[in-house]
Ligand binder design. Structure first.
Ligand code: HEC
Ligand code: HEC
Length: 443
């Protein structure tokens, strides 16, 4: 009796929770089924969400994996890809990969190889990758995938969305595969995956309601790294009272200010189609991130990785080369990776879960990657803080003891140049990045 009452209570709670979540359209709901269905893998053990878990901001949720190689095993044992899963949320506005004023923009994956040329939508094109990738869900072909879906509980929903008879695996497995991809992309673009419910988003709304443009926030002058004084109408101190703490505001200002972190020159603060910033320009850069020595791909059999530990990830340049572009096109792109959104960078299942950062997961905390930017900026400027008018670093402290702080870049060319910013701003920027997690209580 007790058990029945408990069950009834649980059912009620479950109903209440699902009812309060954003309503999904039929195609989004279908995409959600496909995204979470472990039956859609060779031994029914893996779904997209194993590597893109909502509670980890739609990236890898496994602390041990993240703390080491940061690459997730596919459905088959000892089958590893070569990169860290980026978030699959907030990715839907990346355009088809193309050259814009001499720089590559758009596409999907760290190297842009899901260009979007084939389906006119990089997100849908990406969604076709994992199911048949032998190092991921490893299903032999589209026909097997189709029959698996046909046996699934949502086969009816599929035909509701795509028409009666649309699940014809014998005649049209390829067409079904495209519909699968478009359904997943619809889910990935839904409000459930892109809710804009972070502390930052509430601040953005409140500041806007007071006539303030957050995309213009700057440090202002003053004695410290981000002084907030002076006459600049957009200095951070003029944004007080709209929901962010002083430290978070200084971090945001340093993030945006071209004379400090200058992060927003790539991780854009300009609002996207939904009216909120996406924290990316969908462009490609080489930050000079070192190799991750624990990457399991180094010890994959030669059939997958003939180069062993000497394997180098050339990112976009490597893709363009393999796609047949001439040397003068790919050479300048060697070592560049797609600039990721920073939404949910800190979101994790619990505080003790490690998250990895960068295309190979070399960094194990936000502090360490932001410190790396600080270090890169210091190296680029010869550690001469005073000369750059940024203040705080002291006039010309020299590079003593700093030069060897990080191993050499994986690809030591086409490096993006970095601004120097004072050490204390590393902590402020990290505090700001932590405001980008969805699920902040909404009033
Ligand atoms: C075994 C782990 C794994 C599985 C399973 C997996 N992914 Fe991924 N995903 C990755 C990795 C790793 C990358 C980056 C690969 C690269 O750039 O070469 C990635 C990249 C992506 C991206 C690109 C994001 C961007 O901004 O470029 C999206 C979107 C995505 N995955 C969605 C999916 C979907 C949808 C599925 C299921 C059909 C799926 N993933 C299954 C590991 C996985
Ligand atoms: C020149 C463009 C550029 C600038 C400037 C820049 N970034 Fe990045 N950022 C990138 C690219 C590209 C990557 C991915 C690089 C890689 O993995 O090799 C990245 C990765 C990151 C990541 C890891 C995200 C993840 O999911 O793995 C964080 C965090 C980050 N940047 C924060 C910052 C901060 C903070 C600043 C300013 C101090 C900054 N970025 C400045 C382009 C830039």
């Amino acid at each position: 009796m007790k058990a029945i009452r408990l069950l009834a209570l649980l059912l009620f709670l479950f109903g209440a929770v699902t009812a309060s979540a954003a309503e999904l359209s039929n195609i989004e709901q279908l995409g959600k089924h496909l995204f979470f269905d472990t039956d859609l893998s060779v031994n029914r053990s893996q779904s997209c969400s194993d590597c893109h878990a909502p509670e980890a901001g739609f990236t890898g949720p496994d602390s041990l994996v993240n703390a080491g190689g940061a690459v997730y095993q596919g459905a088959l044992p000892n089958h590893f890809g070569n990169r860290k899963p980026p978030t699959s949320a907030y990715a839907g506005d990346s355009p088809v990969l193309k050259l814009v004023d001499g720089a590559w923009v758009g596409g999907m994956f760290w190297d842009g190889r899901a260009t979007g040329d084939r389906l006119g939508d990089p997100l849908a094109e990406q969604a076709q990758g994992p199911f048949l990738n032998p190092l991921e869900q490893a299903i032999p072909n589209a026909r097997v995938l189709c029959s698996q879906i046909k046996q699934g509980a949502y086969a009816g929903l599929f035909q509701e969305v795509w028409g009666a008879g649309s699940l014809d695996c014998a005649k049209d497995a390829g067409g079904v595969y495209v519909k699968v991809a478009r359904s997943i992309a619809a889910f990935e673009r839904s409000p459930e995956v892109n809710p804009h419910t972070s502390k930052f988003d509430r601040f953005w709304d409140t500041a806007r309601a007071h006539g303030k443009d957050v995309s213009k926030i700057s440090c202002g002058s003053g004695p410290q790294g981000c002084g907030g004084m002076g006459r600049d109408p957009n200095r951070w101190s003029t944004f007080k009272g709209y929901g962010l703490s002083d430290e978070e505001l200084q971090g945001l200002a340093a993030f945006n200010d071209p004379n400090r972190g200058n992060c927003a020159s790539c991780h854009r603060l300009k609002p996207g189609p939904q009216g909120y910033p996406l924290f990316t320009d969908f462009g490609y850069d080489n930050l000079g991130i070192p190799k991750n020595p624990d990457n399991p791909f180094y010890s994959m059999p030669t059939a997958w990785n003939p180069d062993g530990y000497d394997w180098v990830d050339y990112g976009l340049g490597g893709f363009l080369k393999s796609a047949g572009y001439p040397l003068e096109v790919y050479e300048t792109e060697m070592g560049k990776f797609k600039c990721p959104t920073l939404r949910n960078v800190d979101l994790r299942p619990s505080a003790d879960v490690v998250k990895a950062y960068g295309h190979n997961g070399y960094f194990k905390s936000l502090e360490s990657i932001v410190f790396f930017y600080h270090w890169r900026g210091a190296m680029d400027s010869g550690c001469m803080g005073g000369g750059m008018g940024v203040g705080g670093m002291g006039g010309g402290m020299g590079c003593d003891g700093m030069a060897g702080m990080f191993p050499p870049p994986e690809v030591d060319r086409n490096l993006a140049s970095m601004n120097m910013f004072p050490r204390p701003l590393v902590d402020s920027i990290v505090a700001f990045l932590k405001t980008l997690s969805d699920g902040y209580p909404q009033q």
